[in-house]
Design a protein around this ligand. Structure first.
Ligand code: ME8
Length: 654
């Protein structure tokens, strides 16, 4: 029988800058679902990619002095770019689409033409508001306090000849899709969409622009480029081969698929995208799931706010699987969640090091110590089962069913909760049985001890199978340690208590999840963040200076009356300063590399004025100007300390 096909997609990412932990969250979640469906035995197609057109990217590339194509190539394909990140995070996508791929560009042109030819795209004049960062057109009535309803930023007036898509024509069908089917989840998003967009009346959508050129050209009307969202949304079918010869999977049962998206782009995926498909006469997706945001200090992460968290740093410090697990375990999929490094470390320590890691390491160590790594045949059964034997077996034996129910409802966090109930139950089972006491009299208690350890291995195995989608590499290690062969790693075997061979070869290997020292890890993270940004700071001095000694240094505010380069010196500038005494002070400073003398005249600076005089290049220097220094990408950077011009020359710093 042919395997059931399952098609799942992430949003395609804007390569406008490096991706952060919020993007990683979205892709890891989709990867977990894709791996879950593979575990079920389905024939999975998992698509991700990059959304590379639009005015925003054109503008950023221009500012960086490169062509848009060069710019996106670097961020998508370059070192530590988007493809590298997905490789690092063990993302198992089967396909990667770039909207600048030729086949996609051609398909979008054909899709646009099809909708034009069937009368759903017509020419008109666009008058309205445009939010550049969101690449979204808005009508006056949709604005919130005159600003973009999505991001709250200023919008621009826009007026140009443009093509329009008859979105209004599909209003009733879309309402029906949203309200009367389970297409869009979670349900709260349905209410948002209906209240904010359907109830006020769907207006036709402007789908072409003429004021910039970085996009898919409308082939039958030069000068127009296709609206970036029409271009981007089409990726879900062009990547399967719709209207192109690059792939041939569209008619093979992949479509319709499941779109996993963040909440701010649910509007595009649950209204505009289904309407486009209706216009094309194609089936709408099976599902659109709108997950929440990872917040930092209560706000959305964004480069412009400077509060992004770098997934490279976290994965390198804590391990890819620990990071994947944390993202799925901690934040209810569908709601917003507050990210913090402390929370990440706590989750690793509690769930992975304490609960799962300890269960596996204690059990495998005991099998090694008491049985030389192989339990005796027959240890899987025990005639006089006690209540806690039964409890553990029942809970683990029925876990797969509860887990699947949650995964099927896009609740990976709840599925993990079920797995961890079993892990915690198993750890309690160790305490209930005190194997080390049983081991004191192996002759009398050996068979019971073997049974207890078998039950523990078996509980670990079942949990291991169900954790594969979340932590594939670590679960391979776990299986190797408990001696689980291929047949006991399958989905079927997870519903069967007793799947592990009684005489499996058990070996205590490396610690799966080492405990993290919170303070040390936080310090290292900070250092890694600085190294990534290229900023290096001098370490603070440990040696204390007593207050009286400190007070002997006389720091004063000084004003620059004149400044010139010292002849024959590349570095030195000569300052004539007003230090409030009425007598000019001369100071020489080696800062020409960072400042031109004419830029400093009139500035208010700080100097230490009671250093002994020093001769430099034959000239006397009476004091030293105070600067702030750090290194950036290995280069020293210096900033003269400049203070408010209102402070009079000679004022003492204390
Ligand atoms: O929207 N928390 O691309 P994008 C959770 N190109 N998810 C987040 C997040 C956060 N802090 N920040 C971003 C686009 N995301 C379009 C998609 S699809 C045809 C075109 C999620 O790079 C965001 O919600 O801005 C979205 O789902 C995805 O990252 C890509 O965002």
């Amino acid at each position: 029988m042919e395997k059931q096909k399952f098609y799942i997609t992430t949003p395609i990412y804007y390569p406008s800058d490096k991706l952060h932990i919020g993007h990683t969250y979205c892709t890891v979640a989709t990867d977990v679902l894709a791996r879950y469906h593979r575990l079920l035995g389905e024939d999975v197609m998992f698509l991700t990619g990059t959304d590379e057109h639009g005015q925003k990217i054109g503008d950023i590339a221009a500012a960086a002095g490169v062509t848009p194509q060069e710019f996106v190539d670097r961020i998508v394909e370059g070192p530590r770019g988007i493809k590298d990140l997905w490789k690092l995070m063990n993302i198992s996508n089967d396909r990667f689409i770039r909207t600048t791929d030729n086949y996609h560009v051609q398909s979008v042109q054909r899709i646009f033409k099809k909708m034009h030819d069937n009368g759903d795209i017509y020419k008109g004049t666009y008058k309205g508001k445009y939010c550049k960062p969101c690449e979204s057109f808005w009508t006056e009535s949709q604005l919130v306090d005159g600003k973009c309803p999505d991001c709250g930023r200023e919008v621009q007036d826009a007026e140009e000849e443009a093509y329009f898509f008859r979105l209004s024509k599909y209003a009733d069908k879309i309402r029906d899709l949203l309200e009367n089917t389970d297409f869009l989840e979670p349900r709260s998003r349905v209410h948002e969409m209906v209240r904010n967009f359907i109830d006020p009346g769907l207006e036709d959508l402007c789908v072409s622009r003429t004021s910039f050129s970085w996009g898919v050209p409308v082939d039958f009307d030069p000068g127009h480029v296709v609206y970036v969202w029409v271009d981007a949304l089409s990726n879900y079918i062009t990547a399967l081969g719709y209207e192109n010869d690059r792939y041939h999977d569209y008619e093979k049962g992949w479509w319709p698929g499941v779109n996993i998206v963040g909440k701010e782009i649910v509007r595009f995926h649950s209204i505009i995208w289904p309407a486009m498909l209706m216009s094309l006469g194609e089936p709408v997706p099976k599902k659109c799931f709108g997950h929440g945001w990872l917040l930092l200090d209560g706000g959305k992460m964004s480069k412009s706010k400077g509060n992004v968290v770098d997934p490279y740093i976290l994965a390198e410090q804590f391990g890819v699987d620990a990071l994947r697990f944390f993202l799925m375990r901690t934040f209810p999929f569908g709601s917003d969640g507050n990210f913090s490094n402390e929370l990440l470390i706590q989750t690793i320590n509690t769930d992975l090091a304490n609960d799962l890691g300890n269960l596996v390491s204690r059990t495998t160590a005991m099998v090694g110590k008491y049985f030389g790594g192989t339990l005796p045949a027959g240890c899987g059964t025990w005639a006089e089962e006690v209540s806690f034997d039964k409890e553990l077996k029942d809970l683990a034996g029925s876990l797969r069913e509860r887990y699947a129910a949650e995964m099927d409802h896009f609740a990976p966090h709840k599925a993990l909760e079920e797995v961890f109930k079993v892990i915690q139950r198993a750890n309690k089972y160790i305490d209930e049985n005190t194997p080390w006491t049983l081991a004191k009299d192996m002759e009398a208690n050996g068979p019971r001890l073997a049974h207890v350890l078998y039950n523990l291995l078996e509980a670990a195995r079942i949990c291991g199978v169900l954790l594969v989608p979340f932590m594939p590499e670590s679960m391979d290690k776990l299986f190797a340690q408990i001696g689980a062969d291929e047949s006991s790693r399958t989905w079927d075997s997870a519903a069967r208590w007793g799947g592990l061979s009684e005489t499996a070869a058990v070996s205590k290997g490396e610690n799966l999840f080492p405990r993290v020292d919170m303070d040390k890890a936080l310090e290292e993270l900070e250092a890694a963040k600085q190294a990534e940004s290229g900023v290096e700071l001098e370490p603070q001095l440990a040696e204390k200076v007593d207050f009286d000694t400190f007070c002997k240094s006389d720091f004063r505010v000084v004003k620059v009356k004149a400044c010139e380069a010292v002849k024959k010196s590349e570095k030195l500038l000569k300052f004539t300063l007003d230090d409030g005494t009425g007598v000019d002070r001369q100071i020489l400073s080696g800062i020409h590399k960072w400042y031109e003398p004419e830029d400093l005249v009139g500035k208010t600076l700080v100097a230490i004025v009671n250093l002994p005089p020093r001769k430099m290049m034959g000239q006397e220097s009476n004091g030293m100007l105070i600067s702030a220094v750090h290194k950036e990408k290995g280069e020293e950077v210096l900033h003269l300390l400049m203070v408010d011009d209102g402070i009079p020359a000679g004022a003492k710093l204390c």
